[in-house]
Design a protein around this ligand. Structure first.
Ligand SMILES: NC(=O)c1ccc[n+]([C@@H]2O[C@H](COP(=O)([O-])OP(=O)(O)OC[C@H]3O[C@@H](n4cnc5c(N)ncnc54)[C@H](OP(=O)(O)O)[C@@H]3O)[C@@H](O)[C@H]2O)c1
Length: 240
């Protein structure tokens, strides 16, 4: 049975991916901190195995990956968080919290999984289109995701020499508990089921860069080509 490991599988995009892969008869290693939610998931789907750890703790990640019951063919590093900087008031503790989960969490997972990778394996990381352009209040979140994409683009070139495929996933707005907290307009937001379907389809084709939904992320990428001052004006119109 093909095996996928998914971090952040207790909620939102990761949860939907875990359920959908389980329905397609994959063996799913579902990761998160919330052991109760992971156990409930495993009770519903016999082919889901819970793996509880905190991505911000390198030792926990190393132990969890060392003791996996099966070698994943596909790793989806999806665990993430979002906090915004209000009114330009820089908050170091907030930035560190976001970087700890989104950036160092991903780095910890890569360090822990690299010795387990075999020729033909596939590593996917959930970044964000927010890392590709200047977005209001996103000093911490946008920077963490820009860093994730940068690291993975470099890592991809190294892994390619060993026959390892890499995918970077750039979601726009997807309806999940993470975006439910947002108080601003979220243009072209898609349901999580649609995000999962599109992500799984492109992962199956081993696309290196996956943009979901395509039109919104294409608009953002076009805006990102403009001078920063123009980007800010356009983003103010796009996201109120
Ligand atoms: N929703 C969107 O519109 C959107 C857009 C662009 C990018 N993304 C990215 O997509 C990913 C999933 O987002 P989502 O919207 O599905 O968010 P979500 O519903 O809030 O889910 C986040 C997941 O990450 C896990 N997680 C958080 N901190 C963790 C930690 N320290 N250790 C281990 N797991 C941790 C949570 O599990 P536990 O609480 O059980 O640990 C949860 O399963 C994130 O990387 C996010 O940045 C989302």
């Amino acid at each position: 049975m093909t095996c996928v490991l998914i971090t952040g599988a207790t909620s939102g995009i990761g949860l939907q991916l875990a359920q959908d892969y389980a329905k397609e008869d994959w063996s799913v290693l579902a990761c998160g901190r919330n052991q109760t939610q992971l156990n409930e998931l495993a009770q519903t789907y016999p082919n889901i195995t819970p793996v509880a750890f905190d991505v911000t703790d390198l030792e926990q990640v190393q132990i969890a990956f060392r003791d996996l019951p099966q070698f994943p063919d596909l790793w989806i590093l999806n665990a993430g968080t979002c906090e915004y900087i209000e009114n330009g008031n820089m908050d170091t503790a907030l930035v560190k919290r976001v970087m700890d989960v989104n950036f160092y969490g991903m780095v910890h997972c890569i360090e822990a999984l690299q010795s387990l990778l075999r020729h033909g394996d596939h590593v996917a990381v959930v970044s964000s289109i927010a890392g590709e352009m200047v977005l209001p209040q996103s000093q911490a979140y946008g920077a963490s995701k820009a860093a994730v994409s940068y690291v993975l683009n470099v890592q991809a070139a190294e892994w390619a020499k060993q026959g390892i495929t890499t995918s970077i996933i750039y979601p726009g707005f997807v309806k999940t508990p993470l975006t439910d907290k947002n108080t601003f307009d979220m243009p072209m937001m898609i349901p999580v089921e649609e995000a999962s379907r599109k992500i799984r389809k492109q992962l199956a084709k081993r696309h290196s860069h996956i943009y979901v939904p395509w039109i919104f992320t294409a608009i953002v990428r076009l805006i990102a080509l403009l001078p920063y001052a123009w980007q800010q004006k356009l983003v103010e119109k796009l996201i109120k």
